[in-house]
Design a binder for this molecule. Structure first.
Ligand code: HEM
Length: 148
């Protein structure tokens, strides 16, 4: 009887240790960053490509991009989004106030650009949660971008 009890106790002890170990592992695993959930650099590059192409094609915004080096602009926005979403990139471009100061961007143009970003996110089948998180990063930039 005594022997049986000791074996049972040992078994329970081992089970508890295993549960504690698994719980510990789950607690130390950090959740995937927005950057990872978006699909990393290839997905962010595709998103920026599509969005900027839409800005350039849209008669409500295209004149603002006249004479702009689009390749450099896209690369800069990719590094900004990569950095802001928790990715490994360093953003070395201008602040949003500096970059848009001379462009006299209207609130309507800002909303048009947001519409282009949303359409590109949909086209690339980005999930609703990731879309929302990305827009929560971009939308607060409006006061820095509009009307300087
Ligand atoms: C929606 C949020 C926006 C974000 C996150 C954003 C982001 C950026 C970034 C990162 C740059 C590059 C800065 C640098 O490399 O130094 C830039 C430049 C630029 N942005 Fe935006 N932008 C936004 C809205 C807009 C809007 C609404 C327009 C016009 C309709 C616009 C037009 C431009 C132009 C033309 C440049 C190039 C400026 C230059 O090279 O002189 N942006 N933007």
């Amino acid at each position: 009887m005594r022997c049986f009890k000791q074996t049972t106790l040992r078994r329970w002890g081992r089970m508890l240790a295993a549960v504690a170990l698994l719980a510990g592992c789950a607690a130390t695993q950090s959740p995937a960053t927005l950057y990872e959930r978006l699909g990393g650099l290839p997905a962010i590059t595709a998103l920026v490509d599509k969005s900027v192409d839409r800005h350039v094609a849209d008669p409500r915004t295209h004149h603002t991009f006249d004479g702009i080096n689009l390749k450099a602009l896209k690369a800069s926005i990719v590094s900004q989004v990569c950095n802001a979403s928790g990715g490994p990139c360093k953003y070395e471009g201008a602040t949003m106030i500096e970059a848009h100061r001379e462009l006299a961007i209207t609130p309507l143009q800002f909303d048009v650009v947001i519409g282009h970003i949303r359409a590109s996110l949909d086209e690339l089948h980005v999930g609703a949660r990731e879309q929302q998180e990305l827009l929560q990063i971009i939308l607060p930039m409006k006061p820095d971008i509009v009307g300087h």
